[in-house]
Design a protein around this ligand. Structure first.
Ligand SMILES: [Zn+2]
Ligand SMILES: [Zn+2]
Length: 427
């Protein structure tokens, strides 16, 4: 059975919370704004690639220690985890910021523009915070300071998770959220809930965008290996044609989306991005290979699509006299916002940003490794506006002209701080 993704969360149980944000937290965030922006500029000017975030991690660790927060370094290679115990007992909330930059050469003319270069997969490249993770680092450093200074208000424990390699570890290395979890980031003390945000270059400053349920896609890479039997191109009856089988399988895959997936629940995508096989015009080759990606937003649909792709590959190859295997590699799970948690925390988002500045958005087919935490504990991941007010267009993430307006950071600090307090202090 498919889950019904009702919009029941829109009727909110707001009674537990005041309608305006905590004035002391608001004032503290506003007083810290210039410092947060300064941190952001520094991190932006000194970006580091995935699993190589040594200096970034050192700056974070130094700051957390200065606040009296218990710090563990070298978690999942370059990750930093801080534990802040509130003055009162209670639950454990984790706040996550990803800290890595990308092999992109910055084309902006900012005073804090990155001039950093590095070697990536054997090639010299510029390095840039072209996904905005510099803002995530600065926002969480600011949030840590505010919460540390308000320990007396906290019923429970806050874990600050500064995570490397969200963009993916270099080939042959482990990294990111999956490795943090493997190394026990959600244990001791055991995390009850996790919050995370992503700055967005095309959402106006001051706006929060969110979606309950599947928010960003599970990303799978797949490889289909088709085995035929080689023969002369003029005598196909003498062999088994893997190219023809490849065509049947590609066609079959698209029927899984168009005929078998309930697209009213969520969209889904199968893309064959590479097809290879054969050597010349008059040889039917022995093998062919398909490589592609699957994007899903609903756990049941994900299972169905993967199962059916496996059956299609094996079954169709067999029907045409050959054989095939398919392998899937998971790059991210579904960034799935727990429905009850989203309902619980929506009033906080609204009172911090203002009712009119919290937008319900559609899912995206991009992926986020925050999803791995959400497979373990209920989590909420939302988007924070980073586009200069008045602009209607923005350069996309991962491009050399990508820009985030500093004015977007303050709302991030306020929201992360208030989410933490409201979650931990809920009756
Ligand atoms: Zn990115
Ligand atoms: Zn990102």
């Amino acid at each position: 059975m498919k889950k019904l993704h009702t919009l029941a969360f829109l009727t909110i149980g707001a009674a537990a919370f005041a309608q305006t944000p905590d004035p002391e937290i608001t004032a503290a965030a506003e007083a810290l704004e210039d410092q947060v922006i300064e941190w952001r500029h520094d991190i932006h000017e000194h970006p580091e690639l995935s699993n190589r975030e040594f200096e970034t991690a050192a700056k974070i660790a130094k700051h957390l220690k200065s606040l009296g927060i218990e710090v563990e370094t070298e978690v999942a290679k370059t990750g930093v985890v801080g534990v802040l115990k509130g003055d009162h007992p209670g639950k454990v909330v984790a706040l996550r910021a990803d800290i890595d930059a990308l092999p992109v050469t910055e084309r902006n003319n900012l005073p804090f523009k990155s001039e950093v270069t590095a070697t990536f997969m054997g090639e010299e490249t510029g390095v840039m915070h072209a996904c905005g993770h510099d803002t995530h680092v600065a926002i969480l450093m600011g949030t840590a300071q505010i919460l540390a200074e308000n320990k007396d208000k906290i019923h429970g424990t806050v874990k600050f998770v500064f995570q490397p390699a969200e963009e993916g570890a270099p080939p042959g290395e482990e990294g990111g959220a999956a490795l943090m979890i493997k190394e026990g980031v959600l244990k001791n003390p055991d995390v009850d809930t996790i919050f995370g945000l992503h700055i967005n270059s095309a959402t106006p400053v001051g706006t929060i965008a969110y979606k309950p349920g599947g928010t960003m896609a599970a990303v799978e890479r797949f490889v289909v290996k088709i085995q035929g039997k080689q023969t002369h191109g003029s005598q196909p009856w003498g062999g088994v044609d893997p190219i023809y089988i490849a065509a049947k399988i590609i066609d079959g895959f698209q029927s899984i989306i168009s005929r078998e997936s309930n697209l009213l629940v969520e969209p889904a995508v199968i893309t064959v991005g590479k097809i290879s096989g054969g050597v010349r015009f008059n040889i039917i080759p022995e093998t062919a290979e398909l490589i592609g990606t699957v994007r899903t937003l609903d756990p049941d649909m994900r299972e169905l699509i993967i199962d059916r792709m496996t059956e299609m590959s094996e079954g169709l190859a067999k029907a045409y006299g050959g054989s095939a295997t398919i392998e899937f590699q998971s790059n991210t799970a579904i960034t799935y916002n727990d429905l009850a948690l989203t309902e619980q925390m929506l009033p906080t988002l609204k009172r911090v940003a203002g009712e009119d500045h919290v937008k319900l958005v559609k899912a995206t087919t991009g992926g986020e490794d925050f999803s791995y935490y959400q497979e373990e504990v209920p989590g909420l991941f939302f988007f924070l506006g980073g586009m200069t007010p008045g602009n209607t267009e923005a350069y996309p993430h991962h491009t050399p002209d990508f820009q985030i307006d500093d004015d977007g950071l303050l709302l991030g600090v306020k929201t992360m701080s208030q989410l933490t307090l409201d979650y931990l202090n809920a009756k």
